[in-house]
Design a protein around this ligand. Structure first.
Ligand SMILES: NC(=O)CC[C@H](N)C(=O)O
Length: 337
């Protein structure tokens, strides 16, 4: 029996996975083991992101009980970037429900980079995937509100409920991206040309650019993710942010598409739904248990933080978070020792 399968067997009899008794130590270990990794490069296509300190590295686990465990630069602020897509998606699902969002935005991986224009063309203008730019822009366009300001207010209030605190926009990152986001504007115009966006595309891109510039910490990401893990109830404030069904739908989409064209590899190796952003954040969600928030600016070619991936993999393995591990356990029970 493999260690992991053995851990799950023990968990079934004790009600708690063994790693959780050492969670504090394991978070420190995940940080210490990967602190000195030098692979990856800081994103520079948004000019100001290139100034990020590549040594920053924070790791936080938030349990659905509200207990938090942090190591390293857990409170360093950075812009949420694409991780906003997961939480805005949840807000839009909450407003319109499963069918509407599935039909308008889609739930499949495009298999192409997050800012691909070809992906839109290949699918008759259907964005397909809410976790890449085209789909996220189409999702933001659906936010409740009659004006961009009202839509922004809905978005900002929703993300604040996920975080349990008010989140600010980083004006420098917002300006830097707003001045250089011609590609996202082109994607929005393309969606418009296919009749996939009803609102003014440039106004939608402005709200989208602002949502990407919201400042968070690894601690915020862990807590926001733990709210999804907890069926939509914030583990610290106790507030219901979205319904349990919305969490289920959002986690399914993250599993399929949250790590861009590496989503399959991520699920295969690490086994938890997750979302990353180009500034170096990752949130990984263990349904019913909690979430891991990591931050470290150097990213791989797909746009996923290198140290964040390694730390999340370590914690998923040692805490027994892989959502498919119970299948291994079921098989093991039927195999005579
Ligand atoms: N992958 C990302 O984090 C991309 C977000 C970035 N704001 C963009 O639209 O290009």
């Amino acid at each position: 029996m493999s260690d992991e399968v053995g851990d799950v067997a023990q968990a079934v009899s004790t009600g708690r996975l063994p790693g959780w008794d050492r969670v504090e130590e394991l978070v420190q270990e995940a940080h210490a083991r990967h602190r000195d990794r030098a692979e990856g490069a800081v994103a520079d296509y948004i000019p100001v992101l290139a100034e990020a300190d590549p040594r920053l590295f924070g790791v936080v686990v938030a349990e659905t009980s509200g207990d938090l465990h942090a190591a390293g630069d857990a409170d360093a602020a950075f812009t949420i970037q694409s991780i906003s897509k997961a939480f805005v998606y949840a807000l839009v699902c909450e407003a319109y429900g499963h069918e509407v969002v599935r039909d308008r935005v889609g739930v499949n991986n495009t298999g192409l980079p997050f800012n691909s224009v070809i992906a839109v063309e290949l699918n008759d203008g259907h964005p397909m995937n809410p976790m890449v730019n085209a789909g996220a822009i189409a999702t933001t366009a659906l936010l409740p509100g009659g004006t961009p300001d009202e839509q922004w207010a809905h978005l900002a209030a929703g993300l604040a409920r996920f975080a349990g605190r008010t989140l600010e926009v980083d004006p420098v990152v917002y300006e830097s991206e707003a001045a250089t986001n011609q590609r996202n504007r082109a994607i929005a115009r393309l969606l418009e040309s296919y009749g996939r966006i009803d609102a003014d595309p440039l106004e939608v891109v402005d709200v989208y650019t602002r949502q990407c510039a919201i400042r968070v910490t690894a601690r915020d990401l862990a807590v926001m993710g733990a709210t999804l893990a907890d069926g939509g109830v914030h583990p610290v404030t106790g507030e219901r942010v979205v319904s349990a069904q919305v969490c289920r739908d959002t986690l399914a989409v993250l599993a399929a598409t949250g790590m861009y064209e590496r989503s399959g590899e991520w699920l295969f190796e690490i086994g938890v739904p997750a979302k990353s952003g180009v500034s170096g954040g990752i949130v990984a969600i263990a349904p019913g248990k909690g979430a891991i928030g990591t931050f470290s600016p150097p990213i791989d070619p797909a746009g996923n933080s290198v140290r964040g991936r390694l730390a999340t993999a370590h914690l998923s393995r040692t805490l027994g978070l892989n959502v498919f591990a119970s299948a291994a356990h079921a098989a093991d029970r039927r195999t005579p020792a």
